[in-house]
Design a protein around this ligand. Structure first.
Ligand SMILES: [Zn+2]
Length: 264
């Protein structure tokens, strides 16, 4: 673990954060993330490579498009900085290991999904379904000893994902029977399935409890401010699940051990 590698990890995180911004802007609108190249969402002007540097360009251009002076949303530098910070955190925790790479991949997916749900109330399959498959694959390749143990780990991840999706689907169904309208979306089911494939049952349970609690507190506060009933306030529940999953990913083991300590 060296300073040079750390700097490289941060630069790599900034570059992937820049790519993540493109995914966030285009995937929920069913547009290609490959073509066309980067363009201003307001005036459509092509963005030259020198104006497309993470963080630096935002600072140099004072947060405005060079062509039309449109104010670039804060989400762009925020996602770039957050991706770099999460990658660095993964590196500091695990080094350049499979665990470190997995932590970085899951962080990337969670950050992107949180932003997409907050902006558009959508959780694209390109991230959730791909995330489930990557989670199962990752569980299958982490050191396990025998070939059978590798397969068993991957099978476990698949079962966890199915159980998590079933849980959200059941809650959705009960909610529909009681209230005759839709609460959580199918996107939330796929999101929790992805989290379960990567994190396993204990940390997924923690994610679900924390995410639901945070969303409830936020929803009640928002409803109080806008003087509407909490029922009419639509929240990006997926964003809360993603934030809780990021917490569980980096700090969850401590919480789970503390909680399990009560039953010993
Ligand atoms: Zn522009």
């Amino acid at each position: 673990m060296t300073l040079v590698t750390g700097i490289f990890v941060v630069l790599f995180g900034l570059a992937l954060g820049s790519f993540l911004n493109v995914c966030i802007a285009r995937l929920p609108r069913h547009r290609s993330i490959v073509r066309p190249g980067s363009a201003c969402p307001n005036c459509g002007a092509q963005i030259r490579a020198s104006d497309n540097l993470p963080l630096v360009s935002f600072a140099v251009l004072s947060g405005r498009c060079r062509a039309c002076r449109w104010r670039i949303p804060w989400r762009y530098p925020a996602v770039e900085a957050a991706t770099a910070a999460l990658f660095l955190l993964a590196y500091l925790r695990y080094g350049l290991t499979l665990a470190g790479v997995g932590t970085a991949i899951l962080s990337f997916l969670l950050l992107g999904l949180a932003a997409m749900d907050a902006e558009t109330m959508r959780l694209p399959d390109t991230f959730t379904i791909t995330g489930i498959l990557l989670g199962i694959a990752w569980r299958g390749v982490i050191p396990a000893g025998t070939r059978v143990a590798h397969l068993a780990n991957a099978a476990d991840a698949l079962v966890y994902a199915l159980c998590a999706a079933l849980l959200i689907w059941l809650i959705r169904w009960f909610y529909y029977v009681l209230r005759h309208r839709e609460g959580m979306g199918l996107g939330d089911a796929k999101l929790l399935a992805m989290i379960a494939a990567w994190l396993g049952p204990a940390l997924t349970g923690l994610t679900f409890v924390l995410g639901t609690f945070a969303a409830a507190v936020f929803g009640i506060a928002l409803a109080a401010r806008s003087r509407r009933s909490p029922d009419q306030t639509r929240l990006p529940f997926g964003s809360f699940l993603c934030a809780a999953a990021l917490y569980a990913l980096f700090a969850g083991q401590t919480v789970v051990h503390w909680y399990a300590g009560f039953f010993q």
